[in-house]
Design a protein around this ligand. Structure first.
Ligand code: SAH
Ligand code: SF4
Length: 381
């Protein structure tokens, strides 16, 4: 059997793994054994699976594989942040960022190579879109990160305690693969991360938020960035399709759904003189009145020729204070890893753009007399 036909076990959820073992005439309990080897111990060699008999190991070698994404580079920042550039099957590269903080280790995971949604202040968006990541390529980022800290003897010692789907791409536009990967993150046979510690960030694909509510309880983050439709249409173009009222209703349904309480964070990237004025904070407070959410302010992380600037610290504090006084729980995201281009909005990978948007972007920059500087492979948190 050649490689193409082999099943990559890395991206299979527990039920899928059980079905796989049944399909090769083996008992379902093998799924648990093999998942533990893969995800608890970072194993990619069937011969290392000592509780699996030799005959079955040989059978597995013939029809299956455990193949993580190829790690192109790993950088470690002076503040402990780590960034990996990994190559995915489409040939593009995406980025994964690990942020250690207060005893936690948060991994920012990519879901697509590039992004089709073209938010005006996002470097990933400027790369255009190339491909959806497979579930193996998504969970493979968690696998690679944990392996980089050495063999993982027990769940409690794992480096990655939290995952945010805030890397490259719009996770709700790669729904099935993202949900499968998140299920492996939360499964005890996978990474055992509680659903409160897995966060999916979306720019607001409203119908998919409802679909998400049907299959999972993970924490949701909504990338809002503007307090009215006119401004949001410019910053987050998908707002023209799903305007604020529609998106906020979908979020309300998500957090109000059956089962345990789900949490919602509203993300708001602060852009100097664009959305950072007191009247924006006031409008935002009115828009989100009675909306059960936390607000996370993200000072804009610059990238070349973005056309935007980060507001001053005073402007950021003023914006935060106004929301605070209106009764909101507001945090400001500290910039981490910017010496290795791993901060929010700095993730660009090396996307082989199928939309040709990046060509148009470069052409406009050249028209404006701006030289095209080679960009290093970088990514976002
Ligand atoms: N596509 C998803 C998830 C990835 S983006 C989404 O848009 O939610 C993660 C967060 O970083 C989003 O809130 C996004 O708007 C924000 N972001 C993008 N570019 C940024 C930049 N240059 N500076 C600061 N935040 C940025
Ligand atoms: Fe895509 Fe999110 Fe960037 Fe918008 S902010 S272009 S949705 S990755």
């Amino acid at each position: 059997m050649n490689d193409v036909a082999k099943t990559n076990l890395l991206g299979l959820t527990q039920p899928q793994m059980e079905t796989f073992f049944e399909s090769i005439g083996e008992k379902r309990f093998r799924a648990g054994q093999v998942m533990k080897w893969i995800h608890h111990f970072g194993v990619d060699d069937f011969d290392a699976m000592t509780n699996v008999g030799k005959a079955l190991r040989e059978k597995l070698k013939a029809c299956a594989e455990i193949r993580g994404p190829e790690v192109v580079s790993q950088d470690i920042s002076s503040d402990g942040t780590r960034k990996w550039v990994v190559r995915v099957a489409s040939g593009s590269c995406v980025e994964t960022v690990y942020i250690p903080q207060n005893g936690r280790g948060t991994l920012c995971v990519s879901s697509q190579a590039g992004c089709a949604l073209d938010c005006s202040f996002c470097s990933t968006g400027k790369q255009g879109f190339n491909s959806d990541l497979t579930s193996a390529e998504i969970i493979g980022q968690v696998w690679v990160a944990n392996k980089s800290f050495g063999t993982v003897p027990a769940k409690s010692d794992r480096a990655v305690t939290n995952v945010v789907m805030m890397g490259m791409g719009e996770p709700l536009l790669n729904f099935d693969n993202v949900v499968a990967a998140m299920n492996i993150m939360m499964d005890d046979l996978g990474y055992g991360i509680s659903k409160r510690k897995v966060t999916l960030s979306t720019s607001g694909v409203a119908p998919m938020i409802d679909k998400l509510a049907e299959v999972t309880d993970v924490a949701l983050a909504l990338s809002l960035h503007a307090p009215n439709d006119e401004l949001r249409n410019k910053l987050v173009p998908i707002n023209k399709k799903y305007p604020l009222a529609v998106v906020l209703d979908a979020c309300r349904r998500y957090i109000g759904g059956l089962g345990e309480k789900r949490s919602l964070t509203v993300e708001y990237t602060l852009l100097k003189d664009v959305n950072d004025q007191p009247e924006h904070a006031e409008q935002l407070a009115t828009l989100l009145k009675d909306f059960p959410c936390k607000i996370n302010l993200i000072p804009f992380n610059p990238f070349p020729h973005s056309g935007y600037e980060r507001p001053s610290n005073n402007a950021i504090r003023r914006f935060q204070d106004l929301l605070h006084h209106a009764g909101f729980n507001v945090t400001v995201r500290t910039t981490r890893g910017d010496d290795i281009d791993a901060a929010c909005g700095q993730l660009v990978g090396q996307v082989m753009d199928r939309t040709r948007r990046s060509e148009r972007y470069i052409a406009v920059r050249q028209l404006n007399g701006e030289a095209e500087a080679p960009r290093p492979a970088v990514s976002r948190t």
